[in-house]
Unconditional design. Structure first.
Length: 331
């Protein structure tokens, strides 16, 4: 299947689908404590999500990542994985998810049975008190249980860690060592200015160039051209044999090779994480479009994909660059 090509010659082969804006945690860089969540009528049903995702697969998308909010708090989400899993080998190469891990103990086996092979688990610290502070109320043990279940189910795990100035920066090298012991890859992420969160971004922002220089004092990072199809740049950690990735939207422009678009749970297709350009696919779906009309709406949207984001951490205003929260578009 040949993929849809955007105006800058990029083939769109990767769709991220947010299946809920809700979450059982309130990470300080992601959400405000008292978030207003969407009313049910606004939210796509699992049938609608499946129909849209399958349209993208017919248009050449080879990788689907389910995200949120916390995808595993959506009721019956396993049935969505089961249905999308039938697309594997029929155009789809990979079905995966990003999760905070709190529900993985319950779902790891079912996800593996549905065809999931890899899972990204977000974890910013190994310390219980710090975890509770960053997530505002989470219990780290639930994540550890989830990680054990994922391993037992045969899922490859990558840990996602947001680098937070003055919060976990002293722990990142220990996290890398721990990932090595556990057999996990680690992917470090810079905070991105998305949505109001009751804290000043500039206080949280820690450039990964600095983190990498510090890691090099303890570890040997060997260059590799390994890629998961996402925006991370990877190195092999010689001491552990595992990989470490860096996602640096703020310090390094990662847009040139962007192959992704994002579907929110309201059926809005965002063409860039850092821009407001979007298409309302829910309206197309609910007015009874057939498959050909749906596919055309997707093609028309991709024809408007912008060249790149223009995130800035504004030191004077501290205002977010895009007003929607990461939990809406799913990162
Ligand atoms: N709830 C799931 C989780 O935490 O993995 C999936 C959704 S979460 C929005 C996806 C990823 O975005 C997580 O790894 C999270 O750490 C990251 N994230 C959230 N807000 C962010 C921000 N403002 N800047 C950078 N990364 C962010
Ligand atoms: Fe929830 Fe994930 Fe956002 Fe944390 S990062 S509040 S776990 S959606």
């Amino acid at each position: 299947m040949s993929a849809v090509i955007d105006p800058f010659g990029r083939a769109i082969t990767y769709l991220r689908v947010s299946v809920t804006d809700r979450c059982d945690l309130r990470c300080v860089y992601c959400m405000a404590e008292d978030m207003n969540f969407l009313p049910r009528a606004e939210i796509l049903s699992l049938d609608e999500i499946e129909r849209l995702a399958c349209a993208f697969v017919r248009l050449g998308v080879r990788k689907l990542r389910i995200t949120g909010g916390e995808p595993l708090v959506r009721r019956n989400v396993v049935s969505l994985f089961q249905r999308l899993g039938t697309q594997l080998g029929q155009g789809l190469d990979e079905l995966t998810l990003t999760t905070n891990g709190t529900q993985l103990a319950r779902f790891a086996d079912a996800l593996a049975a549905a065809g999931v092979r890899r899972v990204n688990v977000s974890l910013d610290t190994l310390d219980a008190a710090r975890f509770a502070r960053i997530t505002r109320w989470g219990r780290i043990e639930t994540v550890f249980q989830g990680l054990r279940a994922a391993r037992a189910a045969g899922l490859a795990v990558k840990i996602n860690t947001v680098a937070l100035r003055g919060e976990n920066e002293d722990e990142i090298s220990d996290l890398l060592a721990w990932c090595g012991e556990q057999g996990f890859d680690l992917c470090l992420i810079e905070t991105m200015p998305m949505g109001d969160i009751d804290a000043a971004r500039v206080d949280q922002y820690l450039p990964l160039s600095l983190v990498r220089a510090r890691l090099r004092q303890r570890f040997t990072l060997d260059e590799t051209d390994y890629s998961t199809g996402g925006p991370a740049r990877y190195f092999v950690v010689r001491e552990t044999g595992r990989r470490v990735g860096f996602i640096t939207p703020m310090t390094h422009n990662f847009c040139e090779s962007c192959n992704r678009v994002r579907l929110t749970v309201t059926g809005t297709l965002y063409l860039c994480l850092g821009q407001d350009d979007s298409a309302d696919l829910r309206t197309v779906l609910r007015r009874g479009a057939d498959d050909a009309e749906l596919e055309q709406a997707v093609r028309d949207a991709i024809a408007r994909k912008p060249r790149g984001h223009d995130f800035v951490i504004d030191r004077r205003r501290g205002a977010p660059s895009v007003s929607r929260h990461m939990s809406l578009t799913g990162g």
